[in-house]
Ligand binder design. Sequence first.
Ligand SMILES: *Cc1c(COP(=O)(O)O)cnc(C)c1O
Length: 450
Amino acid sequence: MQTKILLQDHQIPKHWYNVAADLDSSPAPILHPGTLAPVGPEDLTSIFPMSLIEQEVSRERWIEIPEEVQKIYQLWRPSPLYRAHRLEAALKTPARIYYKYEGVSPAGSHKPNSAIPQAYYNKMAGIKRLATETGAGQWGCSLSLANSYFGLETTVYMVRVSYGQKPYRKNLMELWGAEVIPSPSNRTEAGRRMLAEAPDTTGSLGMAISEAVEDAASHSDTNYALGSVLNHVCLHQTVIGLEAIEQLKLVEDYPDVVIGCCGGGSNLAGLTFPFVRDKINGKQIRLLAVEPNSCPTLTKGSYAFDFGDTAKLTPITKMYTLGHDFVPPGIHAGGLRYHGASALVSQLHHEGIIEAAALPQTACFEGAVMFARTEGIVPAPESSHAIRAAIDEAVKAREEGQQRTILFNLSGHGHFDMSSYEAYLGGQLEDYAYPEENIAASLAKLPQVK
Ligand SMILES: *Cc1c(COP(=O)(O)O)cnc(C)c1O
């Protein structure tokens, strides 16, 4: 029985798949944060290169991956697909469980799949420096890595609570040449304002995005790079699902359910979008997004127009949101602490194509430990949400006495998350209640779009 399912180097995808080409209804317009009028490509050129703006609004189905990007992808792609025989045995399940492992990238997660092309297109546009935000540090590391391949400078605004929780992530970014600043900071007007309002704030992705966007917009040689949410980021991540489909063909299998954890939605999009195409074309398949119950964007948020950041600097998109100034509890899956979700993932959820579930963090850590003790790989706390959902599906299959094929994304490893595992194994990890009042208060402040 095959455990590790590999493609050859030359089987790396040559195109990204753009799900917008296969949607019935057109995506909602992107609105200007000041005027609330639809924005055109020109409005975004102060922070993004035109090539990425074009991808953001493209409805072309296949978009070519530049050769230089393919060459760097080939350092770790195609990534392995594993059959989880040992986990299946431990669960005594008749289900077949597969996972696509994105922790093999130098930064340890799926995020370089988009960082590499973003650095490439900015380099081609003559940009010298990229400013960005990072939560748990995965995106900051991935962009620092990508920029070091292309000789670009990196400034990372790192959410303050993660800056404290993940010191080695900061070291890793610095090792790849980045400057790392805890956010909110005194560097930007947005940061100074937020510090004046709440000096002890844990920070949030929304705040850090405000700082990075302001930095980029106020320097002509500097652009902004976002690690999730945007259409072009989801597009770049589709190499994951495209490879997984080919790998499953090698073992003549096809999933009944495909699972990904969801923060902004990029790794979920990357694995599921190529299957969305099959589903739209009539395949019976379930696609499941898993989020923390303390930041339940898809399951408890509103489907509405909202800002991507706290200071209302970013364009307004229609998405599931908990409100742009919602500050989620300081859970250890820092990469899932975002108030919004990708517009494409949101639309697909709204149309009933992608389902969503919310899980508490201790149940996810329990699943992660079981996974580490059977499969050996230590998962990122974010990925543990997908693992827990996959385990629950496998247990259901056992109880119902039904065969089923489960595929999930192991979006990254947890080698820099040992303090989280220490807290869990020491019995010190708590579950946060669903912050209902904070969410209601923040949803009351959504922009009034007619
Ligand atoms: C950032 C991150 C996530 C969450 O981001 P998405 O855009 O929702 O994928 C999930 N897993 C890992 C390992 C991450 O680094």
